[in-house]
Design a binder for this molecule. Structure first.
Ligand code: PMP
Length: 369
């Protein structure tokens, strides 16, 4: 595609940011003419002041919580729908079907409403009523189904696929293995980061759920910088991505478990496979560190972030420490803490996960639920 082809010759001049359609535009000038979908992307890169001071590096977080649906997944939602339209799989009045319990469903619900499509969501029945209610009020038809492994034909992803196959003018968007997902980040997130830093960044790191973000941004930055920018995947315990990447693809062991929602993976998705060799390494981030960072970001930066964002911030700090002072490290602030508040800021919940001690005494005033 053109965004990738032009990446190595990308000039750092004048471009403040780019919208998802490759149009150079400054945020102040923007009018989202096509409604919700054209308000996706062009998020600010926020300097994490305290962590930058502490490390002597520039630590920058891409404010994906500012997307109109509230998360980084708005970008993937738009691209999988656009891809289905372009391939003729989705026509006016059609139906999008996806297996998701989280941000992708919310992004898709907004994109589908905005474009006049119906949305059907399958999710494991272990998910909270709050998530089901939110998707339903955004207009989705929601099917909570038994939480069984991917190998089982009754797994929510397979049910979503069968639902779409049985209908006319319907598509299963398949965020995990549909590479239109990573394309969103090759064409928008990556170029935005490159333009915002004027190419002056040394490293990028973030976690992986479907791996669309890490794979797409890595692909773009490696191309644009001719391999100079170091890219690291950050992983919570219980996911195979860390083991797989750090063993050079030889091992797929899973150790432990994590409270971070939306990241960690039991397999290497088709979004990650083509670019796994581009990664310079992997970091494993313990829940204690992610939770401490949730409170630090709130206290020090005024940023109200979910746990996956804070895992990313910890990873960025560790990469900065590894590179030494004077470097610029970019990461992703995936979403806000709104959907997780009753957990992250609840004493009872923190205790139940043995994470209360992860919150330093001086920050316990934020445990209010
Ligand atoms: N953080 C959160 C909160 C998410 O919902 C997701 C998506 N599952 C991610 C991070 C990871 O993004 P990706 O799917 O692009 O790897």
């Amino acid at each position: 595609n053109s965004a990738l082809r032009s990446a190595s010759t990308f000039s750092s001049s004048a471009v403040e940011a780019m919208n998802p359609h490759g149009v150079e535009i400054s945020k102040a000038q923007r009018i989202a003419q096509d409604g919700f979908v054209s308000a996706i992307g062009n998020t600010p890169l926020i300097r994490m002041k305290k962590l930058s001071e502490e490390t002597g590096c520039e630590i920058l977080g891409k404010a994906e919580f500012q997307n109109p649906g509230g998360s980084v997944k708005d970008r993937a939602a738009l691209y999988v729908v656009k891809d289905a339209e372009e391939r003729g799989l989705l026509r006016a009045g059609g139906t999008v079907v996806e297996g998701t319990a989280g941000n992708t469903g919310i992004g898709l619900a907004h994109v589908c409403r905005s474009k006049g499509y119906k949305l059907v969501i399958y999710m494991p029945n272990t998910q909270s009523q709050g998530k089901i209610d939110l998707l339903r009020l955004l207009g989705a038809e929601v099917y909570p189904v038994p939480a069984v492994a991917f190998e089982n034909p009754e797994n929510y992803n397979h049910q979503a696929k069968r639902h779409a196959e049985a209908m006319d003018n319907a598509v299963w968007t398949n965020q995990f293995d549909n590479t239109a997902n990573r394309q969103a980040h090759i064409e928008t997130t990556g170029p935005e980061i490159w333009a915002q830093t004027q190419g002056k960044l040394d490293a990028f790191t973030c976690g992986s759920g479907t791996a669309g973000t890490i794979a797409g941004v890595t692909r773009y930055l490696k191309t644009a910088s001719e391999g100079r920018v170091k890219c690291y995947v950050a992983d919570p315990p219980g996911s195979i991505v860390y083991t797989y990447v750090s063993s050079g693809g030889k091992m797929t062991e899973r150790k432990g478990s994590s409270i971070t929602e939306g990241i960690g993976q039991g397999r290497i998705t088709d979004n990650l496979k083509p670019d796994i060799d581009l990664l310079d390494g992997a970091l494993m981030i313990a829940d204690e560190k992610s939770i401490e960072m949730v409170y630090r970001c709130l206290d020090e930066e005024g940023l109200y972030l979910g746990a996956s964002s804070c895992l990313n911030v910890v990873a960025a700090k560790e990469v900065a420490e590894k590179l030494g002072p004077g470097h610029t490290v970019v990461t992703i602030l995936c979403d806000g803490a709104y959907r997780y508040a009753e957990r992250l800021f609840s004493k009872k919940w923190l205790e139940s996960k043995s994470l209360l001690n992860a919150v330093p005494d001086r920050l316990r005033k934020y445990i209010v639920l």
